[in-house]
Design a protein around this ligand. Structure first.
Ligand code: GLP
Length: 260
């Protein structure tokens, strides 16, 4: 796991955007997994401006959203489909037929989860999965106790996550109990993962993910098993890392041949 500590959210997001831009430039038909939440907002804004100002071309890119609420229509402002549309897709030139999301409204959700997995495979697999982290260490909507080998499926949210995600719904009682999320096994299949985390509120989850034991109780810790993960965080989110100075030294002394 490569931990990159940046002074603030702006610098971290700019670095993440540079990595995504490089992937898209090198592989115009890249497959990118997208995450929702406040964390990637600056990254998405930066990608939109690179598209507008530098003509970064997403026309052959395929996207897969990480997760979605069950029972919320795609035009509901709190749906992750709407989130992605509003905060990224409407501002870049991804072909809508290549943008995919788990279907939280399917009559047969189990079957639609299998189809989602098939679609990811048929698209050639995910080149880069973007991720945030929940304060309890969840990844996507893989709550603590999720199988480390899980695939796309329906999950029940913890009360904590329902409270944390209440804002766009108005109040916690309106947050669905059920969600569809790529599984931890699905995420591990991505060729690269890029996780962002900002603020003191994420510091404990980040420390457990990076330096704690691999455990279903902290789903993000499964990323320790992935060979190509970059964790880009601000100083606040890094504040509980025991080896922070080591991570800084590794990044600052990175040999040219290994440069980001
Ligand atoms: C949600 C999403 C996650 C996201 C997490 C953190 O539960 N399902 O994918 O990483 O919240 O959200 P935020 O970035 O708003 O802190």
């Amino acid at each position: 796991m490569e931990v990159i500590i940046q002074p603030d959210q702006e610098a971290a997001s700019a670095l993440a955007a540079a990595l995504v831009a490089r992937l898209v430039a090198d592989k115009p038909d890249a497959v990118i997994g997208l995450c929702a939440g406040n964390t990637p907002l600056l990254l998405y804004r930066e990608l939109i401006s690179r598209h507008r100002e530098e003509k970064l071309d997403f026309s052959r890119v395929t996207t897969f959203n990480l997760d979605e609420y069950v029972g919320i229509p795609p035009n509901h402002p709190a749906s992750y489909g709407a989130f992605m549309q509003n905060h990224l897709l409407a501002g870049i030139n991804v072909d809508p037929s290549r943008s995919h999301s788990p279907d939280g409204l399917a009559d047969n959700i189990l079957q639609s989860c299998e189809l989602y997995e098939d679609l990811i495979k048929r698209s050639g697999g995910i080149d880069l999965q973007l991720l945030g982290i929940g304060v309890d260490g969840h990844l996507g909507f893989n709550e603590p106790s999720s199988s480390l080998a899980s695939r796309t499926r329906i999950k029940t949210l913890t009360e904590r996550t329902r409270s944390d995600n209440a804002r766009p719904f108005g109040k916690k009682e309106l947050v669905p109990r059920h969600v569809v999320t790529m599984g931890l096994g699905t995420i591990l299949d991505a060729r690269h993962c890029l996780l962002l985390a900002f603020g003191f509120g994420k510091a404990s989850a980040v420390a457990k993910m990076v330096e704690g034991p691999v455990a279903a109780a902290v789903p993000a810790s499964v990323l320790q098993l992935h060979p190509r993960v970059r964790v880009i965080i601000d100083e606040e989110a890094a504040s509980q890392l025991r080896l922070a100075d080591y991570y800084r030294a590794v990044y600052e002394g990175k040999p040219e041949w290994q440069a980001i």
